[in-house]
Design a protein around this ligand. Structure first.
Ligand SMILES: [Zn+2]
Length: 690
């Protein structure tokens, strides 16, 4: 197993997260902040002449400071350099990186209902570490001032850019007062509006032309907002009417357009001023934009990756410098894929990542060094080439500089078909994300409004942070279970916080083949994953390009999806065995401070709604059926003995010690009956002399 890295903790939640016996190294924390401050000052120092001074003035709320003449401010210019040089000289280089990681395990996210008084009461009851709430990107600036402010998607509680912005500022302060960190949603390119019409410009275009306050946001990057948009070959904006909010059309800002990035920077800055701790950024789409910026960027991408001879031989491109592409697609049907289209998709994903890096990582964190950053992307049932915003992203860029991930599985998993072995689960997706993302926090957007207990348990069991949509606090019965399950996770936080998987087998994710356009091993991967889950094997998932020999050697069994769809029985000899119903999944983890193996059991059995594949109508339709007692035959780590086995379930207030036996390095016990989620804490100690 990989060594567990230390966790990053914010000052406001360090005490809450402190596990028994855990000491927070205060000095390391102080040094971390000092180094971040230095990085920020260094970045400002490297900016063009006096631009940091302008920024400082814009950020500062004091009118007195704003009235200071530039000549006075220039006197301060040597200060950052002096601070940087001094700090870099005295601070040990390793201190910051060792603590530069966010860990959390309880999150709530809302796009509606957050404007009611019950929302803050609910927050107080479930005590999440992160509340994903509020809007600071294109949803806000397109819709908050329109008559459609209170509808989909953002359901703003008040109308008006200033009024709603102030409302979010107040909400952020109230959440902070509860010790909760706020991550705001940031739509980075999906625009709603009409450039012109009988009523004049509407939505985003009304904002840009008439409501953009240069005192608040700085100068407009360009006069005409049409210059910011994704375009077709004739220079016309790409347009859609999928949602048609208020009858308005939909457009997209082009992330390769430097002026659009300037708009994003202005919005990022304003949101930080309003008190967010971070951004959950969504709509990482790139369409078939053929604007001058995309044409130039794709040419530069190809020039860096291929020689002129290769471009001619592989793609028939003879003069790259003057070549005009008649398509630069992103996601596309794998059946219609070509090597050049995959280069276009790969380019699109790298370009989106570069925009993210420039706007959020470099600029956003220059303003707020501990800005939490996460992308909201879509995995579905491992849709690749036709979906998944990172499917062709090179491994070194995958999730880099993100603190956590949101992956949407869509509504395809929000039902069960138990007779056919379909549990409506995302266990395999969770393990894949865990393995691809170095075990950083993540959540899944399952759009599950019915099987709330199973959705929470699934994430908790597999290293995720419950839960994506929906924590429906307005439903009394759902709220009671949310409070019960979040309370369970909070009481036993020392088992979840920064834990690491405990596994005996490794299932490789065929990323190399996917990048080469071959999706056949992906089908094998999904079949093998289901097979291993059904046979209750303790396994991790890791992309094959991250599985070096040292990683492979740490597992008893490595399953390669390049050929087979089933693991032969003899390959499982000697591994742990769990005998129980097919509707129960088994996972295992080790807590941050070790000393035990925690088995997680998630039971998907239930009385299903009468209509096939029905997602149900809320928690009233979850109707779980308790799992009967199961047998455990757990392979123990070498030279370890078992001191105690505790059974925990959210439905029981206290842990229960259960009888067990050990024999030949294996633990034998029975898991008592449980409803949806159970944890078996297998406490370990060094074996005594024989
Ligand atoms: Zn473009």
């Amino acid at each position: 197993m990989a060594q567990m890295p230390p966790c990053r903790m914010g000052t406001c939640k360090a005490k809450r997260d402190q596990a028994p016996g855990q000491e927070i190294p205060r000095m390391a924390e102080v040094l971390r902040h000092l180094r971040r401050l230095c990085r920020c000052l260094a970045l400002l120092w490297l900016w063009p002449e006096a631009s940091w001074l302008c920024l400082a003035r814009r950020l500062c709320l004091s009118h007195a400071w704003r009235r200071l003449p530039n000549s006075w401010l220039c006197l301060a210019r040597p200060l950052p350099a002096a601070a940087v040089l001094t700090a870099l000289a005295v601070l040990p280089a390793q201190t910051a990186s060792a603590w530069d990681r966010l860990e959390f395990t309880r999150l709530i996210a809302h796009w509606d209902g957050y404007g009611t008084p019950e929302y803050l009461q609910f927050v107080a009851e479930v005590q999440p570490e992160i509340a994903q709430v509020g809007f600071y990107g294109a949803h806000f600036w397109s819709l908050a001032h329109t008559p459609y402010y209170d509808g989909y998607p953002a359901h703003f509680p008040v109308r008006g850019l200033a009024e709603c912005g102030q409302w979010f500022e107040d909400l952020n302060a109230r959440l902070h007062a509860q010790g909760v960190r706020v991550v705001g949603h940031f739509n980075l390119k999906f625009l709603v509006g009409d450039p012109d019409g009988p009523e004049g410009p509407r939505g985003f275009f009304h904002f840009y032309r008439q409501l953009w306050d240069e005192h608040e946001l700085g100068p407009r990057p360009v006069a005409d907002p049409l210059e910011l948009l994704e375009q077709d070959a004739q220079g016309r904006p790409l347009v859609d009417r999928q949602y048609s909010i208020g009858g308005m059309a939909e457009y997209w800002g082009c992330l390769n357009n430097p002026h659009w990035r300037a708009v994003l920077r202005a919005w990022v800055r304003r949101g930080i001023q309003r008190g967010v701790d971070g951004y959950m950024i969504n709509y990482f789409y790139r369409h078939n934009c053929l604007c001058e910026h995309c044409q130039a960027a794709f040419r530069a991408y190809l020039a860096e990756r291929f020689s002129p001879q290769e471009l001619q031989a592989q793609f028939g491109i003879s003069e790259l410098a003057t070549h005009q592409f008649d398509e630069i697609v992103a996601w596309h049907d794998p059946a219609e894929s070509t090597p050049l289209r995959r280069e276009m998709l790969r380019f699109s994903q790298i370009a989106n990542k570069r925009a993210f890096d420039e706007v959020f990582v470099q600029y956003g964190r220059s303003l707020k060094p501990d800005l939490i950053l996460a992308q909201w992307n879509h995995l579905g049932d491992f849709s690749q080439i036709a979906g998944d915003e990172r499917c062709l992203l090179p491994a070194p860029l995958w999730g880099r500089d993100e603190d956590y991930l949101w992956y949407s599985t869509g509504g395809a998993l929000a039902f069960t078909d138990l007779a056919h072995g379909f549990l409506g689960e995302a266990t395999l997706q969770a393990r894949y994300i865990r393995g691809a993302f170095e075990d950083k926090p993540f959540t899944l957007g399952k759009y599950e409004q019915t099987r709330i207990r199973a959705a929470i348990a699934e994430l908790a069991a597999n290293g995720g942070a419950p839960m994506g949509f929906y924590t429906r606090f307005q439903d009394t019965a759902a709220r009671a279970e949310l409070v019960r399950y979040y309370g369970f996770l909070r009481r036993h936080d020392h088992l979840y916080h920064a834990n690491r998987p405990h596994a005996e087998a490794l299932l490789l994710f065929p990323r190399r083949a996917i990048h080469a356009g071959d999706l056949r091993p992906l089908a094998n991967f999904k079949a093998l994953g289901k097979d291993l889950l059904d046979r209750k094997v303790l396994f991790d998932v890791r992309p094959d390009d991250l599985a070096d020999p040292q990683v492979l050697a740490s597992y008893r069994l490595v399953v390669d999806p390049s050929a087979s769809q089933r693991v032969p029985e003899q390959a499982l000899a000697g591994l742990s065995r769990f005998e129980g119903p097919q509707t129960v999944r088994v996972s295992a983890s080790r807590p941050l401070h070790g000393g035990e193996i925690d088995l997680h059991l998630v039971n998907y059995n239930r009385h299903e709604p009468p209509e096939p594949r029905s997602p149900g109508n809320g928690i009233v339709d979850e109707r779980p059926i308790a799992a009967p007692s199961m047998t455990v035959d757990l392979l123990l780590p070498a030279n370890q003995h078992v001191s105690e086995v505790l059974f925990l379930t959210p439905e029981e207030p206290e842990p229960r010690a259960i009888p067990f036996a050990t024999n030949g390095g294996r633990l034998h016990c029975n898991v008592p009956e449980f409803l949806v989620y159970a944890v078996l804490r297998v406490k370990l100690g060094a074996a005594g002399p024989p």
